[in-house]
Design a binder for this molecule. Structure first.
Ligand SMILES: Cc1cc2nc3c(=O)[nH]c(=O)nc-3n(C[C@H](O)[C@H](O)[C@H](O)COP(=O)(O)OP(=O)(O)OC[C@H]3O[C@@H](n4cnc5c(N)ncnc54)[C@H](O)[C@@H]3O)c2cc1C
Ligand code: SF4
Length: 525
């Protein structure tokens, strides 16, 4: 009897040989998986063509992901975990999650398969299909990264016609006790937007961004000779983005001490003198989970508590709103509306993306800068993405499919869940108002108000008609005119139609003709 008992107990402790898949955007050492080393567990990570080739990515994005994955694998090994890492040029690499995992399950005699919840619908579907085909037990476990789960937004707004980011954000502040005093906002006020979003004063010297100097030459060469199609530029001897946890933490420290004090004030400003102004540039580190949003908010809050004079509350609230509000809100919208979301085209836009989106070679100074720095650094800050490139594409009626490919490829932080909700939703109004209540469009007036771009531009910011008139101006009115049937009833923009209708017939015709000319010669603008 004693002997049988022992055997049963031994069997219970004899955990099955397990394969755990770590995706390239799941580089969180804090995940509960890694709390103990288990000899029966093998972790697998892979550099695969199905991920590099679904769109033409910026070279810095491919390098950034693979460099960070390699560091993460090395750290796991150092901590005593068993890791099977498939490099891009490993002969056994079959370049698909499913095929590589199937091969390992057979060769390592694996008895159980586990993976973390993917952030992207595409990968989620692949892995669901794969696990359905397995004859061994499997488990999907949470990624333990976000404040919210996939269905939280849908649950919160159940029965409501629209989602309001502000209501979602306040609910999250309450639920997670962020910047709260009991059930009231700390300081008594939820929203500090009116204190933020100023233009940079003339002569203001922006603090330089913290740039790393990682030598990634070997990886950049490998990507090139593997024939992967990439866009953009790189200095492989001095790769500027964080590639491991230690660098990510340094970037976070730098942000809270050097940039947070002016983050909110200038979060909507644009200038030719700085490509990141006081933005954190933490999206890449956060999206691949080298940093968690909880620790990012905690670090910002600690910095504020330590020096209330240096960091006013509006800077901190402005930042928390982006991370706890917008970031989680977009994730919720994504999981509520996929897979339909990436097909939406409310305004039925079908124009091609102007060729200069790929080169930055345009006479429009704002676009030249926003696109040029995107090609140089795989980064543009929010207002450049929304009110320069996104604004122009919306006014020009670009097909959201083409635009999604561009945004998904060019930015180092671009992952489907946060890219399409921002591009199709917030920027292109292709979702008809799920993310935003009105389209974000502007003439030159807004760009001039928030930047120093217009002063040195080939085009004249105040003119609507003529060879040198700023193209944004005529395209702006053309946009409202051609979408009157869909937009005129929107209470938030009805006013614009009154202004348009008050213009003389002659002026309106001239503006619409100018817009047509601009659309016809769009690649020469
Ligand atoms: C057309 C368009 C496309 C975009 N594509 C992406 C994308 O592919 N990946 C991505 O991470 N963000 C995207 N954004 C949102 C935002 O522009 C970036 O998160 C931000 O510019 C990243 O730079 P940062 O880290 O310096 O941000 P900061 O300005 O310092 O903001 C702090 C953090 O808040 C979060 N955040 C701020 N705004 C948003 C937002 N609208 N949605 C989600 N999170 C937000 C980010 O995690 C960011 O790191 C897009 C915005 C637009 C308008
Ligand atoms: S004038 Fe027009 S095109 Fe030139 S920078 Fe200003 S908004 Fe851009």
């Amino acid at each position: 009897m004693i002997a049988v008992d022992l055997i049963i107990r031994r069997m219970a402790h004899n955990d099955p040989r397990t394969l755990r898949l770590i995706l390239g955007d799941q580089l969180s050492a804090e995940h509960s998986w890694f709390r103990e080393q288990k000899t029966e567990v093998t972790y697998v990570m892979m550099e695969i063509r199905s991920e590099t080739d679904y769109v033409a990515h910026h070279i810095q994005k491919v390098v950034g992901f693979f460099a960070a994955m390699r560091h993460f694998a090395a750290d796991l090994k150092k901590a005593g975990h068993k890791v099977h890492y498939l490099k891009l040029d490993d002969p056994e690499n079959q370049h698909s999650f499913e095929d590589n995992c199937r091969e390992l399950i057979a060769s390592l005699n694996i008895q159980r398969f586990e993976y973390q919840e993917p952030d992207e619908y595409r990968v989620d579907q692949h892995l669901k299909e794969f696990t359905r085909s397995l004859s061994i037990p499997f488990l999907m476990i949470g990624s333990q990264h976000f404040f919210t789960d996939r269905n939280e937004l849908a649950d919160l707004f159940r029965g409501k016609k629209t989602y309001l980011m502000e209501s979602f954000y306040r609910a999250m502040r309450k639920k997670h006790g962020v910047l709260m005093d009991g059930d009231q906002p700390l300081t008594g006020q939820w929203n500090y937007d009116h204190d933020n979003r100023k233009k940079l004063p003339k002569g203001h010297m922006v603090t330089a961004p913290l740039l790393f100097e990682n030598d990634v030459s070997e990886l950049a060469d490998l990507i090139q000779y593997s024939g992967i199609k990439t866009i953009g530029r790189i200095d492989p001897k001095r790769f500027i983005w964080p590639v491991n946890r230690e660098q990510s933490l340094r970037l976070l420290d730098y942000f809270v001490s050097e940039c947070l004090p002016l983050f909110g004030t200038y979060e909507d400003a644009m200038t030719t003198d700085s490509w990141s102004i006081y933005h954190s540039r933490l999206s890449f580190a956060m999206n691949i989970k080298m940093l968690s949003p909880t620790e990012v908010i905690a670090a910002a809050t600690r910095a504020w508590e330590k020096d209330l004079e240096k960091i006013s509350f509006n800077q901190l609230e402005g930042f928390v709103r982006q991370v706890l509000g917008w970031r989680e809100f977009m994730r919720g919208v994504y999981w509520t509306h996929m897979p339909e979301y990436n097909q939406l085209n409310f305004l039925e836009h079908s124009a091609a993306l102007p060729e200069w989106f790929w080169t930055g070679k345009t006479k429009m100074n704002c676009l030249k800068h926003a696109i040029g720095q995107s090609l140089d650094h795989a980064y543009a800050h929010h207002i450049q993405r929304l009110m320069v490139t996104g604004n122009f594409a919306l006014l020009a009626g670009v097909n959201p499919d083409e635009l999604d490919k561009w945004y998904l490829g060019i930015y180092i932080d671009a992952l489907d869940w946060v890219e399409i909700t921002n591009t199709r939703g917030m920027s292109q109004f292709a979702d008809g108002g799920i993310v935003g209540t009105k389209p974000y469009v502007s003439s030159a007036a807004y760009i001039d108000k928030m930047s120093d771009y217009c002063g040195s531009c080939y085009y004249k910011k105040s003119e609507k008609v003529g060879e040198r008139a700023c193209p944004f101006n005529s395209l702006y009115w053309n946009f409202y005119d051609r979408h009157a049937d869909k937009l005129k009833r929107n209470q938030r923009i009805g006013m614009m139609y009154k202004v348009w209708e008050r213009m003389s017939q002659q002026d309106r015709t001239a503006i619409l003709e100018q817009a047509e000319k601009n659309l016809e010669r769009i690649n020469e603008l």
